[in-house]
Write a protein that binds this ligand. Structure first.
Ligand code: SF4
Length: 276
């Protein structure tokens, strides 16, 4: 049986009014909508959002991200009954050009080994039966919802009758807390399923599979709605008004994320000489 978190549901303060698109400001989003990754990028660093979505700068795919996409590919095949180790190894090799920046400890062969180990562990754990809803099997389920007058779109890794899951590949699963994840809150609102969580495939330093960590929590959908309305509204207003500080608004500090694909050219990279 999957482990369900015993943490209490998120407790949120009652918030006041939030800015409404079309009433308090004119909505102007680069894509005309927000996605989970756009919201997370803006909350983590508005400047990174500006570069990625307003300017359209190419975001580098490093080998860490690439390992994650290859695992997602294998999981999607597995849930659709189309997975075989030989087939996925061939596909991973075919995708190797999508990785722009290889860390010395990573390789195509290493990625294949990691993905096969993840799939073996996942199958031993018991592959969840996807929801039969007549239109899709619950794998990579698309959604569109409106929050605070803003269209929010996304794709959910796995939607079952009783729970919603997002898969992660990571070196350390402790940073993924379901109760404080805006991604899972959006998924809960989009599906009406309040039991949400992560299944994380954890790697060691060399990139080898170590373990699978599962963490689910029950969200209070009414409180989630309040939280999201306020947050999505503030993000949409910031983008529409062109507010892109080099600051992480949640942590109130200058952001300097060396994992950011814009770091080599960003002004916060202190090693870089700034031309005035
Ligand atoms: S390096 Fe830091 S401040 Fe610059 S865009 Fe990336 S996350 Fe933002």
């Amino acid at each position: 049986m999957p482990k369900t978190s015993t943490r209490k549901p998120i407790s949120l303060p009652v918030v006041g009014d939030y800015p409404v698109a079309g009433k308090d400001y004119t909505l102007a989003l680069p894509k005309g909508y927000l996605s989970v990754s756009q919201i997370e990028k803006y909350l983590n660093c508005p400047e990174a959002y500006r570069r990625a979505y307003v300017v359209g700068e190419k975001q580098e795919t490093n080998s860490n991200l690439w390992y994650g996409s290859m695992t997602a590919l294998a999981l999607a095949h597995l849930h659709r009954g189309k997975y075989t180790p030989v087939k996925i190894a061939k596909e991973i090799k075919a995708h190797k050009k999508e990785c722009d920046n290889w860390e010395s400890r990573h390789s195509v062969e290493g990625c294949i080994g990691f993905v096969l180990d993840c799939m073996e562990a996942y199958q031993k754990d018991g592959v969840a039966k996807p929801r039969k809803n007549g239109k899709q099997d619950g794998v990579e389920e698309e959604f569109v919802i409106e929050v605070a007058g803003v269209k929010v779109k996304g794709v959910i890794d796995l939607v079952e009758k009783q729970r919603v899951t997002d898969f992660k590949t990571t070196g350390n699963a402790s940073g993924y807390l379901p109760e404080s994840s805006i991604q899972l809150a959006i998924y809960a609102l989009a599906t009406g399923v309040s039991n949400v969580g992560f299944k994380s495939f954890v790697r060691n330093y060399s990139g080898e599979y170590t373990k699978m960590v599962k963490d689910y929590t029950m969200l209070d959908l009414k409180k989630v709605r309040v939280w999201l309305e306020r947050t999505v509204a503030e993000v949409a207003r910031g983008i529409s008004l062109g507010v892109f500080p080099l600051t992480n608004p949640m942590r109130n500090k200058l952001c300097c994320d060396t994992y950011c694909s814009f770091h080599p050219t960003c002004a916060v990279n202190w090693k870089r000489k700034i031309k005035c």
